[in-house]
Design a protein around this ligand. Structure first.
Ligand SMILES: Cc1cc2nc3c(=O)[nH]c(=O)nc-3n(C[C@H](O)[C@H](O)[C@H](O)COP(=O)(O)OP(=O)(O)OC[C@H]3O[C@@H](n4cnc5c(N)ncnc54)[C@H](O)[C@@H]3O)c2cc1C
Length: 416
């Protein structure tokens, strides 16, 4: 079958890989001049399969006043005259109910486990260099109550077979000596040795090369899809400035760009941009930069070693697309990172990036059918697109092939 994948971010490319592996004739269409130049460009690099709990959780409710009032909060809400923003926020609040948050966490854990196995298969079959490490993840807590709560949650996961352990402040610094300076700030940490990290953009670019060279996938870069051409209940072509691209099936993996394209067909997707920022320090100092992936939960800042580099990412802004505060937020991220790893490298010359997570209110991606028989969705991966891309790709390929998927597909329907 001829399948056209729209979007060459990490989700579109992994989708193309799964479809090519099934023997389909795959074409990828992308507005930008190369792979992974939007949300997949310089993200936090975490492949954290055990940390897929949704942002919408009852625990965020008491923190809402601080989001609204503190200008330097890691989580920030900037109200706009935008019905989409308010609809998204209302749905987010509904998703914070404890039974929904618990159910979502379980569903995401199973997609996470599938994604881990699927990424390992890609790594095994393709020679892809992307600063990939299985270095474990250490989440550190500054507040002793937060740590105790996390320890209780962990004990439940450990009883269910998860490989995690709780460490006190000095054990955290023994595990990751670069934390020695910050040890007095740390109440404790949860270590998950099996977690991984890598560079999402390098992964995507290398995968695109492999798709072109080994799997005969056709790429159309610099090609924006303006509309999807329908004939009755089917889509017949993706319309671009350089002509129509015809196919038997279409997969929308356009991140934020998915929303306007399918809205024109009457399909409303609950995706809103959650803005975040990252810093990349080249030549990180090996004595003072972490080798383990570290999350400072208090600041919601993640650190990932990527070869010689250190990637630092954080902040969640519900503020729409204009980046009015960009310079100030980058400086804030630098200050927050230096609280934990002050000598990790040259912060002044770190490369700064601002990206927009294509997020759904309950953090679950939208994978599956639309009312149009041959139009499929694989989008809305929010803060976890790198972690969940390979599993989501396998699910959509299973659905297109008519095979039973290994997760509950109803949980990922766009109109769930
Ligand atoms: C600061 C930050 C830190 C993050 N950290 C992590 C992390 O540590 N771990 C993790 O798992 N995830 C992380 N994420 C989330 C992750 O980066 C995203 O979920 C993921 O990149 C989304 O991939 P995507 O392919 O859906 O979207 P994108 O990468 O945005 O790809 C969509 C593509 O579609 C193209 N497009 C859009 N409209 C059109 C059109 N009309 N025609 C043609 N092409 C079009 C775009 O140009 C783009 O290339 C982070 C995100 C941010 C912003």
């Amino acid at each position: 079958m001829r399948v056209c994948v729209l979007g060459a971010g990490v989700v579109g490319l992994t989708t193309a890989w799964s479809l090519a592996r099934d023997g389909h004739d795959v074409t990828v269409v992308e507005a930008r001049g190369g792979a992974a130049l939007e949300a997949s460009f310089a993200n936090g690099g975490q492949l954290s399969y055990s940390y897929v709990a949704p942002l919408a959780d009852p625990a965020v409710l008491p923190k809402l006043p601080a989001w609204l009032l503190q200008r330097d909060s890691a989580l920030r809400f900037v109200p706009r005259f935008d019905a989409q923003q308010w609809r998204w926020c209302a749905a987010f609040l509904l998703a914070c109910r404890s039974h929904r948050a618990r159910q979502t966490a379980l569903e995401m854990l199973s997609l996470g486990a599938l994604s881990k196995a699927a990424l390992h298969e890609i790594v095994e079959r393709e020679s892809i260099a992307f600063d990939y490490v299985r270095n474990g993840k250490l989440v550190v807590y500054r507040d002793s109550h937060d740590f105790e709560r996390a320890r209780h949650k962990m004990e439940r996961l450990v009883a269910a077979g998860s490989d995690q352990r709780a460490l006190d402040g000095s054990q955290c610094a023994m595990l990751e000596p670069a934390l020695a300076h910050a040890q007095p700030l740390i109440a404790g940490g949860i270590h998950t040795p099996s977690e991984e990290a890598g560079d999402c953009q390098r992964f995507s670019v290398a995968l695109a090369d492999a798709l072109r060279a080994r799997h005969r996938v056709t790429f159309h870069y610099d090609t924006r899809v303006r509309e999807l051409v329908r004939k009755g209940p089917h889509i017949v072509a993706a319309r671009t400035a350089s002509g129509d691209i015809e196919a038997d099936a279409f997969v929308v993996a356009l991140g934020l760009g998915s929303v306007p394209l399918v809205a024109a067909l009457g399909v409303r997707l609950p995706i809103y941009p959650l803005t975040g920022y990252s810093l990349t320090i080249d030549d990180a100092d090996p004595r003072h930069a972490p080798r383990v992936s570290v999350t400072d939960l208090h600041r919601k800042v993640v650190f990932a070693p990527l070869g010689e580099r250190l990637r630092i990412a954080g902040m969640v802004e519900i503020a729409g697309l204009p980046d009015v505060q960009r310079a100030a937020r980058i400086e804030l991220l630098k200050r927050q990172a230096q609280e934990i790893f002050p000598a990790a490298g040259d912060y002044a010359n770190a490369q700064a990036w601002c990206g927009h997570r294509p997020a759904t209110p309950d953090s679950k991606p939208l994978i599956g059918r639309t009312p149009y028989g041959n139009l499929w969705l694989n989008t809305g991966h929010g803060a976890l697109g790198f972690t969940l891309a390979c599993g989501s790709a396998r699910v959509i390929a299973d659905m297109i092939a008519g095979r039973p998927a290994s997760v509950d597909i109803a949980a990922y329907a766009y109109d769930r």
